[in-house]
Ligand binder design. Sequence first.
Ligand SMILES: Cc1ncc(COP(=O)(O)O)c(C=O)c1O
Length: 390
Amino acid sequence: MFRIGMEEIEEITKVINSKQLFKVNSGELRESENLEAEMREKFGVPYTLMMTSGHAALTSALIGMGVGPGDQVIIPAYTYIATAIAVVAAGAIPVIAQIDESLTIDPDDIERKITKATKAIIPVHIQGFPCAMDKIMAIAKKHGLLVLEDACQGDGGSFKGQRLATIGDAGAFSFNYYKIISAGEGGALLTKNREIFERALIYHDSSAVAFFGTQLDGVTTEPFCGQEFRTNEITSAILRCQLKKLDPILADLRANKKYVMDALADDCAFIKSNDIEGDCGTTIGIMFGTAAEADRFAEAMNAPGSIPGKTKKHIYADWASIMNKRGAFHPAMDPFKMEANKDIIPNYTKDMCKASLDILCRVCYIGVNPDWTKAEMDAEIAKIKAALKA
Ligand SMILES: Cc1ncc(COP(=O)(O)O)c(C=O)c1O
């Protein structure tokens, strides 16, 4: 979260004074309804659904796509575990593909991982680094697969001029505390597909959607049991303010990232970018020749958590519940034990994506702040240059 303050406080105050905190209401503010409309307008998609989290949006999108038992979904070796958990929540099986030196999913490895059971691909725009969406969409088209963009770390970014989360069949944003814009928690699903929207609408709020307001007007999908992932008016009021701040934050992040990278151009190598213009600018990735060099740099920077291969959260080898195939508490609900999945479960091993681990342990991140002054950036550059010589 980068910028939050008086604007949000004023809008929340209005919501509390209105006493209309439920998403579906007949008051004047209608924060959630307006937010969904503003998201549609900003991102140029006909359907948006605000939800409690990015995970909720990913899971609802997969259900909307008809993903379930008997299906494999290809995800990258480097992402937050929530991506993999969403696949399992839909009853399907995650298949883990390598990343390349952009730190995003390797399109060549997607092709190698496709089987008869593959139904969808989830490219993850990790750290706001755009995936190679042109190649991924071409592969999906060739093999008849669906694409769900996990843009939970890439709010507002783009690939070749098109906003992330609007290129595939559906996309998901997260607005949790660590994201570019935030309400503490929150998520959004974006899609151009009416069928995906209707099913996700019912799944994400399967009790209230039928009984409150006119949400089911014009919906032809028969109601079915799902979850309770609906948002609320306070979260939506915050996010309406945050949405207005998104592009200015991105512009400052990108300018600051460029300033620092330009100053370091002769001192180090950087990770590859699939589209530096569309990159969200939150993170600079310095690429080293060996893991030992990355370790030395991280130590000199006094930033032990800056090596992406060592965060203990974001690489497949650390996803204990997935690696140990514990897909649910009740065995009958566990996709890893379901008859429909019995022939499509890969053998997950800690070293199955060694090439990805090698890349991730040779990279060091520098976090970018959109509010850095020039003096602060110059001090950061001097610190990095000194650490590179250490
Ligand atoms: C890549 C990625 N996917 C999904 C999620 C899930 O988002 P949330 O925490 O809003 O459920 C996150 C959250 O950090 C994430 O980083």
